[in-house]
Design a protein. Structure first.
Length: 101
């Protein structure tokens, strides 16, 4: 049995769907943060699958830029989450207005 890029694209679609549903349903800031990371990972998986299917390395080079953006998002996102949790324990996404000066 040969694994074709279609399998990877279906897996990426399922991971992206799980991340999108989790982002829309959950109110915890940490869970929403992890769901955004799931969606970014699904996008990178689909880029690598297309790069392999088209026998072109440009999709894999774009993945490095996506990973850099994800790392920057982790740094900024965790800083915001820590600031929210310092103000109020067990904060939700509705508590973002606590950060107003």
């Amino acid at each position: 049995m040969t694994i074709t890029p279609d399998y990877y694209l279906v897996l990426a679609a399922m991971i992206f769907t799980i991340g999108a549903i989790g982002f829309l349903v959950r109110r915890s800031v940490l869970i929403m943060f992890m769901c955004v990371e799931l969606m970014l990972n699904a996008a990178t998986l689909s880029l690598v699958a297309y790069a392999q299917a088209l026998d072109n390395i440009s999709g894999q080079t774009i993945v490095f830029f996506v990973l850099v953006v994800a790392a920057a998002e982790v740094a900024v996102g965790l800083a915001i989450i820590v600031a929210i949790f310092r103000r109020k324990r067990g904060a939700t996404a509705d508590d973002i207005d606590l950060l107003k000066g």
